[in-house]
Design a protein around this ligand. Structure first.
Ligand SMILES: Cc1cc2nc3c(=O)[nH]c(=O)nc-3n(C[C@H](O)[C@H](O)[C@H](O)COP(=O)(O)OP(=O)(O)OC[C@H]3O[C@@H](n4cnc5c(N)ncnc54)[C@H](O)[C@@H]3O)c2cc1C
Length: 299
C-alpha cells in the first residue's frame, strides 16, 4: 500500500514538505556531502564500516547524468582524502540508464576508474526488474575491461536470481544479497515473504560457497545467525563476507555484530532527492510510517 501511495502526487507533496522533520532524518544523513562525511566518521568511530550514496534515480537528461557521475568522482576523492572506511553505492538510472546503456556505462566507468585509482570501491545497486539485464551487462563489461573495484547486487525476490548468480560466479564477484525493495509483479517475483526468505537462504549459501565476496544485506536476525553458522561449518573466513544494514535500522544489532568480530557496513545515504528512498523504507516496515504519522499528529 505504501509503495503504491508513493506515486500519489498529494502524498509526495506532504511527505516532501514534512518528511525529514517528522522522522525521515533517522534514515538519511542529510542533504550535503559534508553531512554524509560527518555521519560516516561517527560510524567509523563506533567500529562500523559505511557506504554512502547521493540519493537520486531516474535521470533522463544527458547533462544531468554526466553531472551526477562527476559528483560521484568528487565523492570518491573526498572519502579517500578524509581517510574514511567508506565506499560508494550508486544507481544506474541516476547515471542515465534510461537514456541508453552506453551512456550509463561511460558514466559509471569514469566513477569506477577513479575508485580503482584511489583504492576505493563502487557498488552498483539493483533497481526495478526491467533494469536487471542492463545492470548485469554493465557490471560484466566493467569487469571485462579490467576494472575490479566494483560489485553489484542480487535480489532474492526475483525468480531469475538463482540462474543469474550461477552465471556470475565464474567472475568471483563481489555481490550484495538483498531481499528486494520494489513493487514487483507475481510473474517476476515471489509474492510471499516466506518464499523470499527461503530463496535468500539458498542464494546466500551458494554465494558463500562460491569463492567471491558476499555482502549479506539484511536486518533479519534469523538469516544473519544462519549465515554465521553456515560460514563456521564450512570454514569460510570472515574476510570473505560482511554484513550490511541501513542507516537508522537496527543500530544496536549493527554494534553487537561488530563486537562479535564481524565486519558491519552501514549504508548511509544523503542528498535532497530522498523521497523515493524514504518511501521504500516506510514500505518495508509499516511501523516506520506510523512513527512519521504520529509525529505529524503531534505537530
Ligand atoms: C545495505 C542494504 C542495501 C540494499 N540495497 C538494495 C538494492 O540495491 N536493491 C533493492 O532492491 N533493495 C536493497 N535493499 C533493501 C532490501 O531489499 C530490503 O527491502 C530491506 O533490507 C528489508 O529487508 P530485510 O532483509 O531487512 O528483511 P525483512 O524481513 O523485511 O526485515 C527483517 C527485520 O528487520 C527490520 N527492518 C527491516 N526493514 C526495516 C526498516 N526499513 N525499518 C526498520 N526496521 C526494519 C524489522 O525488524 C524486520 O522485522 C538494501 C538493503 C540493505 C540493508
Amino acid at each position: 500500500m505504501i509503495l503504491t501511495a508513493a506515486d500519489n502526487p498529494q502524498v509526495r507533496r506532504v511527505v516532501s514538505k514534512h518528511g525529514m522533520r517528522l522522522g525521515g532524518s533517522r534514515f538519511v544523513a542529510g542533504e550535503t556531502i559534508d553531512d554524509a562525511v560527518r555521519a560516516l566518521r561517527e560510524l567509523n568511530d563506533k567500529g562500523l564500516y559505511a557506504n554512502t550514496t547521493m540519493l537520486g534515480e531516474g535521470v533522463r537528461d544527458e547533462g544531468e547524468a554526466r553531472a551526477v557521475a562527476a559528483h560521484y568522482v568528487t565523492l570518491v576523492d573526498r572519502l579517500a582524502d578524509e581517510e574514511l572506511r567508506a565506499n560508494v553505492a550508486l544507481k544506474l538510472t541516476h547515471l542515465g540508464l534510461e537514456l541508453g546503456e552506453d551512456a550509463a556505462y561511460e558514466n559509471v566507468r569514469a566513477v569506477v576508474q577513479r575508485a580503482q585509482d584511489r583504492a576505493a570501491f563502487i557498488r552498483i545497486d539493483m533497481e526495478q526488474s526491467p533494469f536487471v539485464d542492463a545492470t548485469l551487462r554493465i557490471y560484466r563489461r566493467l569487469r571485462e575491461s579490467g576494472l575490479d573495484a566494483v560489485g553489484t547486487v542480487l535480489q532474492a525476490y526475483l525468480y531469475r536470481t538463482e540462474p543469474d548468480l550461477e552465471s556470475l560466479l565464474p567472475l568471483q564477484p563481489n555481490l550484495r544479497l538483498v531481499k528486494g525493495a520494489y513493487l514487483e509483479a507475481p510473474d517476476v517475483a515471489y509474492p510471499k515473504k516466506t518464499d523470499v526468505d527461503a530463496a535468500y537462504v539458498r542464494l546466500l549459501e551458494t554465494m558463500l560457497g562460491g569463492g567471491g565476496y558476499t555482502a549479506i544485506a539484511t536486518h533479519d536476525e534469523a538469516i544473519i545467525e544462519h549465515a554465521i553458522r553456515f560460514a563456521t561449518e564450512h570454514a569460510i573466513a570472515n574476510e570473505r563476507f560482511e554484513f550490511q544494514m541501513l542507516y537508522g535500522v537496527r543500530p544496536q544489532l549493527q554494534l553487537d555484530l561488530a563486537a562479535r568480530g564481524y565486519k558491519v557496513l552501514v549504508a548511509t545515504p544523503y542528498g535532497p532527492e530522498w523521497y523515493p528512498y524514504l518511501m521504500r523504507r516506510l514500505g518495508e516496515r509499516p511501523a516506520n510510517a506510523l512513527f512519521l504519522l504520529r509525529n505529524l499528529a503531534r505537530g
